[in-house]
Design a protein around this ligand. Sequence first.
Ligand SMILES: *[C@@H]1O[C@H](CO)[C@@H](O)[C@H](O)[C@H]1NC(C)=O
Ligand SMILES: *[C@@H]1O[C@H](CO)[C@@H](O)[C@H](O)[C@H]1NC(C)=O
Ligand SMILES: *[C@@H]1O[C@H](CO)[C@@H](O)[C@H](O)[C@H]1NC(C)=O
Length: 491
Amino acid sequence: MLLHVRLSGWACWCLFSGVFSVFSLQQRLTVNLNGKWRLSNSNGSLLLPAQVPGCVHSALQQQGYITDPYFRFNDVSYRWIALDNWTYTTTFTLSAELSVKQKVLLVFDGVDTVGSVSLNGIAVGKTNNMFCRHDFSVKDLLKDGENVLQVGLLSPILYASEQRKAHTSYVVPPECPPGVQKGECHVNFIRKEQSSFSWDWGPSFPTMGLWKGVRLEAFDILQLVQVSSVPLYNDAFSQWRVQIELLIDAVQTARGQLTLSIPELDSEQTFQTHFNPGKTKSNFTILINTVLEMTPVSLLCYPPQVYFRTVELIQEPVVGSPGLSFYFRINGKPIFLKGSNWIPVHSFQDQVTPDVLKNLLQSAVDANMNALRVWGGGVYEQDLFYEICDELGIMVWQDFMFACAMYPTETDFIQTVREEVVQQVQRLKSHPSIIIWSGNNENEAALATDWFDIPASQRPKYIRDYVMLYVDNIKKLVLLYTSTCQMPLIP
Ligand SMILES: *[C@@H]1O[C@H](CO)[C@@H](O)[C@H](O)[C@H]1NC(C)=O
Ligand SMILES: *[C@@H]1O[C@H](CO)[C@@H](O)[C@H](O)[C@H]1NC(C)=O
Ligand SMILES: *[C@@H]1O[C@H](CO)[C@@H](O)[C@H](O)[C@H]1NC(C)=O
């Protein structure tokens, strides 16, 4: 077995970028299940075509059942949509090539949010976190001829309220948004874009849908599920290395040579490897001999080359003042961040086109910004967002998706958050644009300045929850998955 991973990438700023192509003797077969699905509500009064990726609101608008959701009080008029349950259905035919593969995965890059997946009438799995990718092993459920794939989606409003009711021991505030927002309650009980239940700047459209791609992936022996890489600097030897992490899914024990190459750095190394059946994470280090370090302030586009950068968050005593400094050093040089807060571009993510993203990000650069914060009440942005930021030299302050609330810490909740954090950190950590990970938006301030009138006697409970979620879980996972690159991290 020979697995050859070619790592390539460059951008015009100080970066090591993570664009990968993979060649393997055992080619993976991918069947795209995006496109037109059928969508129906729970009593069957509505049956319409729906685009995947997409959401119920977009489908209803595209088919003329509703008009512009942003018009006047349509947020209130269309409240019924997210109070109903909806089912997405598609059919597909199995090819001969696919049916002989040893393993077949049904992959959802994102389900919004509370879903039950079935294939040919048999339950395959459940989802309850918009920010997680899901894969289900379905080889045994597939049949020759037509296959029927269905995803039932439960009203997120109903789900949030049921989760709230199950949490009987104490209140996790806020219960509801301010009345003037005409929003929905208990959004902190569902792992979903928090502003979709309304925000002070935006309407309540609790989306439901298959908001990212759906496909089958079929393979023999093994497939590469994910590649991520981080450049590491060794002070003692003044040397750069690139640490490459592979997530391999093997059907059977596989032994062989693995060649990792970075053509732009003229670096290539071969490793003897051995993978047991199941998913295995492995970690390889390539030494880099010559590197180019970029100055962070330049927005010029350099020729295709790979550049390296370090980031330090400097917090040190300031002579004559209380408190500590708070600034970044990029490749040893202090830098002034001039930026903005980035909220979701649209209530319906499927309507955010590449052109819209490019235009907004270029506009930020044209306005002399060099930084954006991906705000914790929205979504972890799509890959293209970070790719454009890499290229334009926009530095990203990346929040985790928690905002202006306390959050529950039941085992199930913590478990799904852990999965979300691991997936998102692995997806995003290769992007040089990200300079810092931050636990949440304003939740510490909410607790410290008592936004929710929590009686003093009960505060320790909420502080314990805060520490459990952000310090004991999220922070530890970020350190585990990025520790060697020493990314700054708060809180
Ligand atoms: C079916 O559901 C729709 C949308 O929620 C609702 O407007 C309609 O009254 C329902 N029809 C019946 C017969 O219950
Ligand atoms: C949606 O499904 C839940 C759970 O099955 C059910 O309790 C609720 O009544 C359904 N809502 C509608 C509008 O049918
Ligand atoms: C990668 O390998 C290093 C060194 O062996 C180890 O410290 C680190 O925990 C590994 N990282 C992961 C994510 O497995």
